[in-house]
Design a protein around this ligand. Sequence first.
Ligand code: P6P
Length: 335
Amino acid sequence: MSNKISLTRYLVEQQRVHGRIPPELRLLIEVVARACKRIAINVNKGALGEVLGTADTENVQGEVQKKLDVIANEVLIEANEWGGHLAAMASEEMEGIYVVPNRFPQGEYLLMFDPLDGSSNIDVNVSIGTIFSVLKKSSTEAGVSEQDFMQPGHQQAAAGYCVYGPQTTLVLTVGDGVAMFTLDREQGSWVLTQDQIRIPEDTKEFAINMSNMRHWDAPVKRYIDECLQGKEGPRGKDFNMRWIASMVADVHRILSRGGVFMYPWDKREPEKPGKLRLMYEANPMAWLVEQAGGAATDGRQRILDIQPTKLHQRVSVMLGSKNEVDRVTRYHSEL
Ligand code: P6P
């Protein structure tokens, strides 16, 4: 591509031309993007890099951590803590927030991330990714606490993910649509390969873990059952199914060609609203999907309108092609 637009140029234009992002947010995004390049280097080493297997530790979710989970988390912390753009960070891999140490300047932004989503795929060489979400501290008071993070997803200043797959691709929104950057490994730079991504409003492809079918509630069962009936059923068309067990990879497919992704509440753990985390999985993905013309709900309300109460709270997720998400959400309202 002769007229390559770099991530830096894209961000400078968002800052200068659109006045959308202040310099500190531009720096934050560039630092996160650089950290994702370092994570990609570690991921791509595989068995050659002593990075596979478990770390013999558990995260706050009680999940056994993979070595790469820990490495990715450390890369993101170390890359971001000194820049002066952040007040604090939160991660799926850490129980509490990480306040920027006093030896560094404090900023106004709050960075949340799932450093390596889809970890069960690491050892079998299937795509995984990093998901991040940026909020701005709302309180002007000095210091920072977990309460500063308790903002609904529509308050995000930036959101994105990096998928470590056949290509290493960074997908980003700052509120002006969704842009996709592919890592040029020869130059070590992110190159804009798609802008203003649009998700088709209709689809013939759904993504859900079918092994949980007996645990779903009625609206989800109804929606999937109608898809499985194909063109002989009420939908009048055949559907295809995909499930990569890596949200980043499933969402990337939906941004690339449409589809619907669902990880709904199920009765295995009825006290939990779902498996996925609101602050650093559902919110960033929901904003990206909406910015690309799709929809994202928890079955009843827009994910971006949910008022968080806990840093690691979970949520039921239905996102993707607008007409499909509207349909399954309508089925919930007909209960
Ligand atoms: P299951 C990965 O652990 C994750 O959080 C998402 O990336 C993915 O969509 C989901 O869980 C997979 O869950 O129950 O199918 O293994």
